[in-house]
Design a protein around this ligand. Structure first.
Ligand code: APR
Length: 229
């Protein structure tokens, strides 16, 4: 079986009802992204950040995988499929995908705000200021914020290097180091990108562009993939 590697971003979850980051004048769910998704924002106002992610966890229970998430899971019968996602939702897993690497953490997980290996899945529950983990430190979301290292980056880069076919769906490729993963794609590997704003994204010109939403774009992608089986 060929290795199919798929890099996804906020756009794949848009049709499930989760807002993207950069389509709304720099606001994410009415907040400045740097206020709620940076290490500086956390230090400045941890209560606001905790409440923001409490709301996102609550919202996660109200959304469902769309046909793009579900389609990617069906590819596992024909390809050794690995998804690398920048999304913190679990819609790929709920859509049926088995091999998913979360570059920017997971919404349902919490960890210590101090360096430690403590990490726990709390599903849709809330955390508040004063909630601590066994080491006594404040709990925080297990999200990789701006200004923080991306622990899964090396693993993700190695996965990209194994690709026979590469697909990119719903990411503006503006945020590094995640965006730099495309430089780990082997040079002969066919690359497909699905995004309604694909012509605004800075990508190498040999990529096959599918300018449409994820849900519509997968139908075109499917024709291409059948020829590469
Ligand atoms: N289907 C496919 N793509 C879509 C759709 C859709 N229905 N709707 C919007 N898009 C595209 C947009 O055109 C845009 O190119 O999805 C992309 C979303 O880009 P961003 O909002 O920048 O999201 P992403 O690339 O995932 O952001 C990367 O930035 O804020 C941080 O950590 C956060 O993981 C996030 C990272």
């Amino acid at each position: 079986m060929k290795n199919l590697v798929i890099l996804t971003g906020a756009g794949i979850s848009a049709e499930s009802g989760i807002k993207t980051f950069r389509d709304h004048d720099g606001l994410w769910e009415n907040h400045d992204v740097m206020e709620v998704a940076s290490i500086e924002g956390w230090h400045k106002n941890p209560a606001l950040v905790l409440e923001f992610y409490n709301q996102r966890r609550k919202q996660a229970a109200t959304v469902f995988p769309n046909t793009a998430h579900e389609y990617l899971a069906t590819l596992e019968k024909d390809f050794n499929t690995h998804i690398i996602t920048q999304n913190v939702d679990d819609l790929h897993e709920r859509g049926g995908s088995k091999q998913v690497t979360h570059l920017h953490g997971k919404l349902s997980e919490i960890k210590s705000s101090f360096h430690s290996d403590y990490c726990k899945d709390i599903g849709g529950d809330e955390i508040q200021l004063g909630d601590t983990c066994p080491d006594g430190h404040q709990l925080r979301p297990n999200i990789v914020w701006f200004g923080e290292e991306v622990p899964m980056l090396d693993k993700a880069a190695k996965i990209c290097e194994t690709a026979d076919i590469f697909v990119i769906i719903g990411t503006s490729l503006q945020v590094y180091p995640a965006a730099g993963l495309i430089y780990h794609i082997p040079s002969q590997c066919p690359v497909f990108i699905i995004d309604p704003k694909v012509d605004e994204i800075n990508i190498p010109n040999h990529y096959t562009c599918i300018k449409s939403s994820a849900v519509d774009g997968i139908k075109i992608l499917d024709h291409h993939l059948k020829k590469l089986l």
